[in-house]
Design a protein around this ligand. Structure first.
Ligand code: ADP
Ligand code: NI
Length: 218
């Protein structure tokens, strides 16, 4: 199988698994991260595009958020799929490593990426948490967990580690402070930083409007 065939088979596999998912981790999230990864990679030198595209497509294949916090579920599911397609071992290891590291894990946890391919996919995944789409996904996720939109009495937290972050269950607006607004400072690539600036501003404007409407000011 050539690289394009493997990428297309992987896209079909992910699409079949995630079509219709309702927490913002649906096929179209994987699709957007895949497309954004290609956009970012075009400006970065020497990225292995097979690894970039496979990691983008498979990065949420078994996300810890839906597997009892198990950080190994994703890398394992990706390996199983790629082995079934006879991908070479070096590619599998590179993809697994990216999936293991890609996720945001709380304000106090750093999430460094060791490869250029990983830095690209991580930026693409983070951009899809920002801007108009990021807002839509965040409320979809909160709704899927039955959480309130906002509660003025519950303040956002700064999570010291992954255990605190992964067990938090606050109102959805708090997630803006606990993750979304922290992402701009953590982007890896120049293209990622530029795109994040614009999407970050959109979040800030949304929050201004949200509070004004909440208090009946407009
Ligand atoms: P990451 O790997 O960084 O967690 P994902 O692609 O798995 O990124 O998606 C994370 C997205 O899921 C967030 O950007 C947000 O939209 C949603 N999400 C995750 N946790 C929460 C939460 N506690 N409240 C609201 N939305 C959340
Ligand atoms: Ni994702």
């Amino acid at each position: 199988m050539n690289d394009d065939q493997l990428i297309n088979q992987t896209a079909d596999f992910v699409k079949a698994k995630f079509e219709g998912e309702g927490s913002g981790h649906d096929w179209w999230h994987m699709y957007r991260v895949w497309q954004l990864s290609k956009t970012i990679a075009a400006d970065e030198k020497a990225a292995d595009m097979l690894v970039v595209e496979l990691a983008a497509l498979l990065h949420d294949i078994a996300d810890w958020k839906f597997h009892d916090g198990d950080l190994e579920a994703g890398p394992k599911a990706a390996r199983d799929w790629l082995e079934s397609q006879n991908a070479d071992e070096a590619t599998i290891v590179a993809v697994e490593t990216i999936i293991r590291k890609v996720s945001f894990k709380g304000a106090g946890e750093s999430t460094p990426m060791s490869s250029p391919e990983g830095r690209i996919v991580q930026d693409a995944d983070r951009l899809d948490a920002l801007g108009a789409i990021g807002i839509a996904r965040t409320f979809a996720y909160g709704g899927s967990k039955g959480r309130p939109l906002y509660d003025p009495g519950v303040k956002p937290e700064s999570h010291a580690d992954f255990a605190a972050y992964s067990s938090s269950a606050g109102p959805t607006i708090n997630h803006f402070y606990e993750k979304l607004l922290l992402l701009k400072a953590r982007m890896n690539t120049d293209t990622g930083k530029r795109l994040a600036e614009q999407r970050h501003r959109y979040l800030e404007n949304f929050l201004d409007e949200f509070y004004a409407e909440w208090d009946g000011e407009r």
